[in-house]
Design a protein around this ligand. Structure first.
Ligand code: NIG
Ligand code: FE
Length: 406
């Protein structure tokens, strides 16, 4: 005799795109049983075992995908940089603006001046936009505070967002983002301060889930970044790196050497970076929004990532300077159009590979038994449509940990 399963809720009536192994893995007319916020059974409705539930939801067609994951954002910041956007349209470069006290440093001024409440309200507005298109997990970096007090302020705001809205927030300490004015001409002293004070303190307070740095001529050298990584290791935090965005400094190789979760941007990554990342299992996070806005012409080496089996994730990089992006779905289209990724790779980039870039692949990123019941119901018939439609708010419904999100 087959025993009866009891579950909290049962969902069916749509095709399910599971994204297992980074592929669509479509289950036509699928069903999912959920208990305690997790999937306890998934498969074709026709093969559903004997099951009882007090809550049943029947979709009228459409597609279900895993909840979207935005694995690289700078969503908490003060002010905006639309004036720099105008300057760049008049031919001033990102590096020139930064050298003249604009760029990241102008956001640092605005972020330091803002109260925790002001930062929270501004970030909530941006987060709601991402939420509306089916994002169920997001990473948020600090890096516009650049002092213990203001880095902590940013990270607290990021944590609070997750208490207010039904979404998982992963926080990253990016204190090594730029040189604050009070350390002008003394980058090594600033790195000492980051390593001896900021990283240990945010770790003790449980405010950071990872540590990131910006490895670039206009930010920090590989030697300085290495010291930041050692401090992260000492604090027991995983690492990520802004690498090879504007030039080639072998940041991908450095990140891989430290077993980084991800190396991000990577337009100028070389074959040796890609090889090292493949051996270390480091995810390549590609950021088409920043590529587009900076009118970059060098594409990240997508074909090489494929050849070496490096998982590619995609993210909005939402930030006030290089990617004021309030849509993750738009990034899918840009990744296909600009980087020649396939729609299937793009969807894997915001689901299972994004989960891996945040170290949450055991509970999120695909729809399978044991994982969180986080999904989006789309009124679409083919998964490629997610990358095809240019913008627009498409989700019909979003489920977060087994509950329909309103
Ligand atoms: O990911 N590359 C450095 N950091 C951000 C840009 C930050 C800014 O310009 O405010 C990025 O592109
Ligand atoms: Fe970034």
């Amino acid at each position: 005799m087959v025993s009866m399963i009891h579950c909290d809720s049962l969902w069916y009536g749509a095709d399910i795109v599971t994204m297992q192994g980074g592929k669509y893995h479509l289950i036509p007319q699928g069903a999912m049983a959920v208990t305690g916020g997790k999937i306890v059974w998934i498969g074709p409705y026709a093969e559903l075992p004997p099951i009882t539930t007090s809550h049943e939801v029947v979709y009228k067609g459409g597609l279900i995908t895993p909840g979207l994951i935005d694995c690289h954002t700078h969503l908490v910041f003060g002010g905006d940089r639309s004036a720099e956007f105008e300057q760049r349209l008049n031919g001033v470069s990102y590096a020139e603006i930064a050298a003249n006290g604009g760029g990241i440093i102008s956001t640092v001024r605005a972020t330091r001046a803002a109260s925790e409440q002001q930062l929270l309200e501004q970030a909530l507005f941006r987060l709601r936009s991402l939420l509306a298109e089916g994002v169920t997990c997001i990473e948020i970096k600090s890096g516009y505070g650049l002092s213990l007090e203001s880095e902590i302020k940013m990270l607290r705001v990021a944590r609070k967002l997750g208490e207010i809205l039904p979404i998982t927030i992963k926080t990253t300490c990016l204190a090594a983002h730029a040189l604050p004015p009070e350390f002008a001409g003394r980058p090594d002293d600033y790195i000492d301060y980051v390593c001896s004070t900021i990283i240990p303190q945010v770790a003790v307070e449980g405010l950071a889930d990872a540590v990131d740095a910006f490895c670039e001529h206009l930010a920090f050298s590989p030697t300085q970044v290495e010291r930041v990584f050692l401090a992260a290791q000492k604090a027991g935090l995983p690492i990520k790196l802004h690498a090879e965005q504007l030039s080639s400094l072998n940041g991908g190789t450095l990140a891989a050497k430290f077993g980084a979760l991800s190396a991000d941007h990577l337009e100028y990554a070389t074959e040796s970076d890609v090889k090292a990342m493949s051996q270390a299992g480091t995810v390549a996070v590609l950021l088409p929004g920043a590529y587009y806005l900076l009118r970059e012409t060098q594409c990240p080496p997508v074909e090489m990532f494929r050849r070496y089996g490096v998982p590619m994730a995609l993210a909005s990089d939402a930030n006030p300077g290089t990617s004021p992006a309030l849509s993750l779905r738009l990034m899918l289209n840009m990744a296909c159009t600009l980087f020649r990724m396939t729609p299937e790779e793009a969807l894997a980039g915001v689901t299972c590979h994004a989960a891996q870039a945040l170290g949450v692949q055991h509970s999120q990123g695909t729809l399978e038994t044991g994982k969180l019941a986080n999904w989006v119901h789309w009124p679409l018939s083919r998964p490629a449509e997610l990358a095809y439609w240019l913008g627009g708010q498409l989700p019909a419904a979003v489920v977060f940990q087994g509950e329909a999100r309103s």
